[in-house]
Design a protein. Structure first.
Ligand code: SAH
Length: 390
């Protein structure tokens, strides 16, 4: 780690009562039922432009005040009501209270890679903790965001899965992770000068397709032109899934040309059912068929995520089998050296084994890259988000 800053740390005393308890899946199984927890107060990021207007009118204000608020929030990235000078002072507080309640409280910020990777631990209204990571590269800024508090998928190599699932995040709780990063960049608070968020990956905590409706609304807010939304390109957004087939098909039909990443991790059902318990419901063939359907409908290349785990899924024959399953499709493999999680018996593959795995995939004509390990030192890399960094 090059540098660690603990900029804000206010845990403890004023923590709200814990409203929502985590549900822990049975060993070796995925949890398909989401606990019905209390959700946070509504926020303008939950609403479309016309819903915001209706809301504001129901408060006895002119509908166009909603547009002014949206312009401040999404257009100017301004979350400070006292500086919304185009709105009468008396209305600013009313609008902020009704439509911009504070949803995410930063309780810890960790940075590494010379300040170009920043992980934030957020506390939600009910005390649940989630994390997001901002990664700055020479030509882009990628934010890795959470879609659930915890996760019910129970993949044994992933830190998030070990604590079970507390609840889905609201649309605004998802969107506001990005807005916080966008504001920090605009205000020149991230090393490297002012900037913008160009890419988003739903690879933080949670299984985004289990929280499908809110995830799609979040994508709509992020891609709608300002002042309705942040005006990002859907092509800069990647949704990562363990393979919830019906929702993969829904996403293909949704008309949002986002990139779909599939966490495969094994080409054979026997091992995949161990590494990704949802495989017992939707097997390798069904998941890949849904992925190819996604590529057909959207024209977008599928990204296959494969965490290389020493002596578990890194054998030459598995590379060959994976190559045979993927060859000829619109696909690209992202190999992720396993980030060991606390207490895990598994570790990353030997570099020579990794190189051989790459070589065998390439020999089948399959495009492959090895994921960088940004954020590893601050437990902000893939699979390390556990919100236990207090
Ligand atoms: N639930 C979704 C998104 C969150 S995880 C999914 O599983 O796709 C984002 C990626 O990190 C997934 O590909 C996941 O399998 C991978 N991952 C999880 N734990 C990891 C670990 N310890 N090391 C490397 N990658 C990991």
């Amino acid at each position: 780690m090059s540098d660690e800053t603990n900029r804000t740390c206010t845990p403890g005393a004023d923590a709200p009562q814990e409203l929502n308890e985590a549900a822990v899946p049975k060993p070796g199984s995925a949890l398909l039922v989401v606990p019905r927890g209390t959700m946070p107060p509504k926020h303008l990021s939950d609403f479309t432009a016309s819903e915001r207007r209706a809301r504001v009118e129901s408060m006895g204000m002119k509908g166009f005040r909603a547009d002014q608020l949206s312009r401040q929030w999404f257009g100017r990235l301004n979350d400070r009501p006292d500086t919304w000078t185009d709105i009468p002072a008396a209305d600013r507080e009313k609008l902020a209270e009704a439509l911009a309640p504070s949803l995410l409280t930063p309780i810890r910020t960790l940075s590494c890679d010379d300040g170009q990777t920043v992980k934030t631990v957020w506390r939600l209204f009910d005390g649940a903790l989630v994390e997001s990571v901002l990664m700055r590269y020479p030509s882009r800024v990628t934010m890795c965001i959470s879609s659930q508090a915890g996760c019910g998928m129970n993949c044994p190599f992933c830190a998030t899965g070990q604590g079970g699932l507390r609840r889905n995040l609201s649309t605004a709780e998802i969107v506001e992770q990005v807005m916080a990063g966008a504001r920090a960049l605009a205000r020149d608070e991230i090393e490297g000068g002012p900037g913008r968020v160009s890419n988003i990956v739903f690879m933080g905590m949670g299984e985004p397709l289990v929280n499908y409706g809110r995830m799609v609304s979040a994508i709509e807010r992020l891609t709608s032109a300002a002042p309705e939304g942040l005006g990002m390109s859907a092509r800069g957004i990647t949704v990562s899934t363990v393979g919830l087939v019906p929702r993969m098909n829904d996403l293909a039909r949704s008309g949002h040309p986002v990139t779909l990443a599939v966490s495969l991790h094994a080409p054979d059902d026997e091992l995949r059912s161990e590494l990704v318990p949802l495989n017992k419901h939707y097997n390798v063939r069904q998941v890949l068929d849904a992925a190819w359907n996604y590529a057909d409908v959207t024209g977008r290349r599928i990204s296959i995520e494969y965490a290389l785990i020493r002596d578990i899924n890194d054998q030459a024959w598995r590379a060959d089998l994976l190559g045979d399953l993927l060859r000829g499709h619109l696909v690209h493999v992202n190999l992720i050296p396993l980030n060991p999680t606390p207490g895990s018996k598994w570790t990353a593959s030997d570099p020579r084994v990794e190189r051989e795995f790459v070589r065998r995939l390439e020999a089948k004509g399959v495009a492959v890259t090895v994921r960088d390990t940004r954020g590893r030192d601050i437990e902000g890399a893939c699979g390390q988000l556990a919100a236990s960094a207090l």
